[in-house]
Design a protein around this ligand. Structure first.
Ligand SMILES: Nc1ncnc2c1ncn2[C@@H]1O[C@H](COP(=O)(O)OP(=O)(O)OP(=O)(O)O)[C@@H](O)[C@H]1O
Ligand SMILES: [Zn+2]
Ligand SMILES: [Zn+2]
Length: 985
């Protein structure tokens, strides 16, 4: 038996040593050969500090408060990573390495930092108001030493309270039979059956009970009930967790009840309900407090005197006085503290905070009856042994299907350091010691179901209060497409939104996904979701940084963090950027299933996953996630957003290799899925790639795209077309500034009304025109290609033979884009049908007029030409999307470029040069006035100019952006070239 313990201890020691060395060498590699200035920049050093004050704190520790040098301009400390509990070295600013003392940070504010100085009694520190000092963060070995001490104690454990427990936890000894469960009166009557069962079970067990609490199942609620019941039974409880936050969480929850609780260590949360129970606060309310305060004052005064006097003898006298005062102080404080500790029903601390070199040394060995460790699956096992050695029984709560403790050394982790006590015991003892909570109170059923199946044996169920809840049910949130679905997959497959390859960087970023994330967040916020209710989660720090840069300014309340930073938290909506997108199919960090589980299960009402399904599907677990999202949620392809994220990320025409161009061309010359009149035949004939595409095709039926903007635009275009039909004019030109989507809308509307439509002009001047079929003019403008009979003949086969013919020419990438495109078109068509139905209902009169027109128009247009034009147009749309800002002025006869200095008229949607952009100049005066009147009466705001809010950029800014864009494009194409070369080598 002793041998088993010894073996366990020596193994743990080895792994901890390994970890400690990794920690130190990481810190060293990081600080070596670096100037003090650079260290300050990295947040681990504070230069040029002056003494603000020194006081005597708890235990007679000297508390030194430092602040930035007043002479300097900064009254604030530079940004830094100092925090309470950090070990620091205090140095004189002059000279390289004269350390005065070490200490622990007790308080840090924006303009001051306080440290508690560890001083040997012989070397009393006295700092000088005139001097300058600096602080350097030191490697903290307090934790390591405490872990080692606990393991050593375990190794030589005699007959203390924990002997039986040690046998159960480490040796072959079986847990004893449980005592009879008593009928309990629950403090919290609303506990569900699985929670009540867990409470009764935990109390009845003799040595060990484990509560497995999957996300949102009320683990803490259950633990609180257990603690209350234990106190009711007269037990003294030591309650621990690996992090200060988790401890504070329990303190807060317990503080609502009539139990005496005491929080050791420094609370991380500043909540009154938490601070109130800290040891300092409790002591300061005690009987002894006044006396102790008096003594401290005496010490401080004696200190002042030592500084004033120059006389050596006198100084020595004062120092002696201080020593005596400190001794008295210490005795009185310990007495008060011991009393306080004895009186408490529940003492809470971090695992390492429960160490016997802290206040707990003041309690007798048998004081505690029960240790409860929350978030046990995230603690190093050695740290659990610190509290465990004090009791005969423990209750462990946590979820080993979420992330294990963070470990720096890969080797140590691989050899078992990341295996938590909880997980190890479940492996060892099995279900006999475990109760799982099975009702969850967080996630929509659809979000939960995935996690339940993948991680929790399908045992979870969603409480009815959350099972169907959606973002749109939140107050102030409008029902939009985004707020009405629990699951959304935005797939970048085939869109070339690759991850960044940063050399010598472990971390990864993906600018395309950053943009997509931004667009989706825009949609959520526009619908009324509050930024503070949204979490943006990425597995890589680089991506987190990039997302912050992109989003914080716009939405400061957004929380953007790594997965690990969100464990234990929840948000109404979660947007996940998976980052990885590469040809090799590497998923790296994502391969940790528990990380993905944590990420997804933070969400209450909505999860959006942005990923490259092709890359991430190389990992089976992720593949199943993608499949789940595809069958149970909505799938969009990033392709649908490309219009909006061009040109920063999308490869423009100019920088494509000829082959790529050809590929693009091929894949985009797909006819639109059989347009009007041939309903439901539009599905692509080619075989979709693997599961995903198939799933997304299946799920497409559920899609109810209703982006309000799109509708608005479509109504606008429709109105214009109706106007045109009424006007008796022959031809209607749409501005070349229209984006690809608008062109598609127009194309569809033209089809709907049996109008001829065609793209005219070259390059940037290209725009779409429509005309009547019966018109004698038949689009006879200059260089316009009308209906292009040659083109139809050039590739009749392609049009007729359908998918197979085209597939031959296009590579796999092309097939994907094609599929995506087909899906989009199918959706467009469905939407259009919906719109037609709506307008039929609402606009009977208008429809009658159109009906007459349509008769005149003569519906039999060449369907081939339609398809051909559509295909050509789609290609055109892609290119124009890539070089969006590219036009000439919309004023007839003006040839000025509007690429950099153009402005879009909101009324006619054309882009004009600076001399023609005023509505009155180019003929939109009336509309502008009407609009302004409307606006003024609606918003009560008067905008300058023609009464329209000018959303366009100011010209200089625009020019600047254009230049940056050009630079970026040429950079990208250079990069691509050099990469290709590398590959060829
Ligand atoms: N029996 C219950 N009836 C109603 N609501 C409950 C019940 N139990 C827990 N909840 C609610 O579920 C939410 C989560 O509870 P709690 O904080 O205890 O969960 P947890 O499991 O500790 O969370 P985590 O998964 O982050 O560890 C809380 O809002 C809580 O009020
Ligand atoms: Zn002009
Ligand atoms: Zn205009």
């Amino acid at each position: 038996m002793a041998a088993l313990v010894e073996e366990f201890v020596s193994r743990q020691m080895e792994l901890l040593k390994e970890e400690r060395e990794a920690e130190i060498s990481e810190a060293r590699a990081w600080q070596e050969g670096i100037s003090l200035k650079e260290l300050q920049r990295r947040g681990v050093c504070l230069l040029k500090l002056e003494l603000h004050c020194q006081k005597t704190g708890l235990y007679g520790h000297l508390l030194v408060t430092l602040q930035p040098q007043k002479r300097g301009l900064d009254t604030e400390l530079p940004s830094n990573s100092f925090g309470p509990g950090d070990i620091v070295g205090l140095y004189e600013a002059a000279g390289q390495n004269n350390q005065i003392c070490t200490g622990i940070v007790t308080r840090i504010a924006s303009n001051s930092i306080t440290i508690a100085v560890d001083e040997p009694q012989s070397n009393l520190v006295s700092l000088d108001q005139e001097n300058l000092y600096r602080l350097l963060k030191l490697a903290n070995d307090v934790t390591y030493n405490r872990l080692k001490r606990a393991l050593n104690t375990l190794n030589h454990y005699g007959s203390g309270p924990a002997s039986d427990l040690i046998d159960v936890l480490l040796c072959s000894s079986e847990p004893s039979d449980a005592s009879d469960t008593k009928l309990l009166k629950f403090y919290n009557e609303s506990l569900d059956a699985s929670q009540k069962e867990a409470v009764c079970f935990s109390l009845a067990q003799k040595e060990l009970a484990i509560i497995h609490g999957p996300p949102g199942t009320g683990k803490t609620t259950t633990v609180v009930e257990i603690i209350l019941q234990a106190v009711e039974q007269g037990l003294k409880v030591l309650c621990c967790a690996p992090s200060n936050i988790a401890v504070d969480n329990l303190v807060e929850r317990l503080s609502d009840h009539k139990v005496r609780i005491l929080r050791l260590g420094r609370p991380a949360r500043l909540l009154e309900s938490v601070q109130h129970h800290s040891l300092d606060a409790v002591l300061s309310r005690g009987d002894n407090a006044q006396i102790v305060a008096d003594i401290r004052k005496d010490i401080d005064q004696a200190f002042m005197k030592t500084r004033k006097t120059q006389d050596k003898g006198e100084r020595k006298h004062f120092f002696n006085e201080i020593k005596i005062l400190r001794k008295e102080l210490k005795e009185r404080e310990e007495m008060a503290m011991s009393e306080t500790l004895q009186k408490a029903h529940v003492i809470l601390a971090t695992n390492t905070g429960a160490s016997s070199d802290g206040p707990l040394k003041l309690l007798p060995e048998n004081h505690f009856d029960l240790v409860v460790i929350d978030e046990c699956a995230q603690a190093l096992e050695a740290s659990c042994w610190i509290p465990l050695l004090k009791v005969r029984k423990c209750i462990l709560a946590g979820d080993h299907k979420q992330l294990p403790p963070t470990i720096i050394s890969h080797k140590a982790a691989a050899q078992g350091l990341s295996l938590s006590l909880m997980e190890r015991l479940i492996q060892k003892c099995g279900d006999r010691v475990v109760k799982m909570l099975t009702v969850q109170y967080r996630m929509h059923q659809a979000i939960m179901q995935w996690a339940s199946t993948e991680m929790y044996d399908g045992r979870l169920s969603a409480h009815c209060s959350v099972a169907q809840h959606l973002l749109k049910d939140l107050p102030g949130v409008a029902p939009t497409e985004e707020t009405s679905i629990p699951l959304l997959l935005i797939d970048t497959d085939g869109c070339d939104l690759f991850e960044l390859e940063v050399e010598e960087e472990q971390s990864r970023g993906n600018p395309g996904e950053v943009q997509l994330t931004g667009l989706h967040i825009d949609a959520l916020i526009e619908a009324g979701v509050k930024a503070k209710d949204v979490a943006v989660i990425a597995p890589y720090n680089l991506q987190v940084d990039m997302l912050r840069k992109h989003l914080y300014q716009k939405y400061p309340d957004l929380e953007i963090k790594s997965v690990d930073g969100f464990q234990g938290r929840e948000k109404e909506a979660v947007v996940l950027s998976f980052v990885r997108s590469n040809r090799k199919g590497e998923v790296g960090f994502l391969a940790e299933d528990r990380r993905i589980n944590v990420a997804i299960t933070r969400a209450r009402r909505h999860v959006a996953v942005i990923c490259d399904s092709r890359t991430v599907s190389n990992h089976n677990f992720l593949k199943r996630l993608v499949e789940y999202m595809s069958t149970h949620g909505e799938v969009r392809t990033a392709f649908e957003y490309l219009d909006d994220i061009v040109p920063g990320n999308y490869t423009p025409k100019s920088s494509l290799s000829p082959r790529d161009q050809e590929k693009r061309l091929k894949c985009s010359i797909d006819p639109l899925p059989k347009t009007l009149g041939e309903k439901r035949k539009g599905r692509p004939t080619q075989k979709p790639r693997e599961g995903l595409t198939e799933c997304s095709l299946e799920s497409r039926g559920k899609v109810t795209t209703s982006e309000t903007k799109e509708n608005e635009n479509s109504l606008k275009h429709k109105a214009r077309i109706l106007e045109f039909l009424d006007s008796g004019e022959v031809q209607l030109d749409f501005p070349s500034s229209l984006n690809a989507h608008d062109r598609m809308l127009i194309h569809q509307l033209a089809e709907e009304y049996g109008l001829q439509h065609v793209s005219t002009g070259e390059g940037s001047a290209r725009h779409i025109s429509i005309c009547r079929r019966d018109s004698p003019a038949e689009l006879s403008l200059g260089d316009t290609v009308v209906c292009q009979p040659e083109l139809i003949q050039a590739c009749p086969k392609e049009v007729d033979a359908g998918g197979e013919e085209r597939e031959r020419g296009a590579g796999p990438g092309a097939t994907d884009l094609k599929t995506l495109h087909m899906q989009r078109m199918e959706r467009e068509r469905e939407k259009k049908e919906e719109r037609v139905k709506q307008s039929q209902e609402a606009n009977v009169n208008l429809q009658e007029i159109i009906g007459k027109k349509e008769k005149n128009v003569g519906g039999k247009a060449s369907s081939k030409s339609k398809k051909e034009i559509a295909a050509e147009e789609d290609f055109d749309a892609m290119i124009s999307a890539a070089i969006k800002a590219d036009n000439t002025c919309g004023f007839s006869k003006c040839k000025a470029s509007v690429t950099t200095l153009g402005q879009l008229c909101q009324h006619c949607n054309r882009r004009y040069c600076l001399s023609h952009h005023i509505p009155e100049v180019h003929g939109c005066g009336e509309k502008a006035k009407a609009n302004a009147r409307q606006r003024i009466s609606k918003e009560g705001i008067l905008y300058p100019g023609s009464g329209m809010k000018d959303k366009s950029l100011d010209p200089t800014k625009r020019a600047h952006l254009q230049r940056r864009l050009d630079q970026k494009l040429s950079e990208l194409s250079k990069q691509r070239k050099s990469k290709r070369k590398d590959r060829e080598k």
